[in-house]
Design a protein around this ligand. Structure first.
Ligand SMILES: O=C(O)CCC(=O)C(=O)O
Ligand SMILES: [Fe+2]
Length: 284
């Protein structure tokens, strides 16, 4: 009886005064609970962001006169501002315009892209054809149509960014692209990686894309995505749509994998550096 009461007494005193080991178990539990809470909040925020989806900057069902999104410029241009003062972007951003290239011009370029890329191209999901390639420059109307379209884009970029057209030059690579859902054979087929054009291509200051096919009509997947903090921004390709942006770290981007159909586009690139300028394609 005495022994039992002393055991009970011991138990009571344990409850009131936690030992070092129970204290460390309690604080360990607290840490785990807090950790689980933090993880749950993070997972919920992520789920909320993915439920909200991307911010669709230009829907393929809409006709966009001119849509502008400003982003703050990366440090990429600081040094170059002295070298090319009238051309390097004073502000950075993205612009989509659906009415500068006519449907007929876009369709003519699409026919040429199909003919040119039909001659060869990769066995994987992505093929490109440089504008100086013999496959494109042989006769027909390619040279004229390309020059007209390039000139319209050149004017639009200079106008939108408030720079002199004479200080901005076409640069390389400027190319037609064809993307499909075929599995990649080489690293060059993997168009879906995030990249920065100024890093990837070196000479670019302004990148423009002319789309020759329409999202959800000619292909699925294959949207253009700007990688932004929090929520990405997408541009849905559409025949004749021109999307252009400053080429630095303020505009990292990728193309979603094409799920079905074939996506055609032209990347038309511009530089401030006269040493990196290329001429228009010529008839051979
Ligand atoms: O075709 C596109 O939408 C983008 C292609 C691209 O990112 C590039 O040519 O650098
Ligand atoms: Fe790019």
């Amino acid at each position: 009886m005495v022994i039992l009461s002393s055991v009970i007494d011991n138990k009571k005193s344990d409850d009131v005064m936690p030992t070092d080991s129970t204290r460390s178990v309690i604080s360990y539990r607290r840490i785990i609970i807090r950790f689980i809470l933090v993880i749950s909040v993070m997972v919920s925020l992520n789920l909320y962001a993915s439920w909200q989806g991307d911010d669709v900057f230009a829907d393929s069902k809409d006709t966009v006169e001119k849509r502008v999104r400003t982003v703050s410029c990366s440090d990429d241009y600081v040094k170059e501002r002295e070298k090319f003062p009238v051309c390097v972007p004073k502000w950075c951003g993205r612009i989509v315009m659906d009415n500068i290239v006519s449907k007929t011009e876009a369709q003519q370029l699409l026919r040429m892209a199909k003919a040119g890329l039909g001659l060869g191209g990769s066995h994987g999901g992505a093929s490109i054809l440089d504008i100086h390639s013999g496959a494109l420059s042989k006769g027909d109307k390619f040279v004229d149509v390309f020059r007209t379209v390039k000139d319209k884009i050149h004017t639009a970029i200079a106008g939108a960014f408030g720079i002199s057209k004479d200080s901005l030059y076409l640069t390389s690579p400027t190319f037609f692209s064809r993307m499909t859902s075929k599995p990649a054979r080489t690293i060059h087929d993997e168009y879906w990686h995030i990249h920065v054009d100024k890093e990837t291509y070196g000479s670019f200051h302004y990148t423009s894309l002319l789309y020759l096919t329409t999202y959800n009509q000619d292909f699925t997947g294959g949207r253009f995505v700007f990688v932004d903090k929090g929520r990405n921004t997408t541009v849905e390709p559409k025949l004749g749509r021109v999307s252009f942006f400053t080429s630095g770290w303020e505009n990292p981007h990728f193309v979603e994998k094409v799920r079905s159909g074939t996506r055609y586009a032209i990347t038309v690139s511009f530089t401030c550096d006269p040493d990196k300028a290329i001429g228009d394609p010529t008839m051979r």
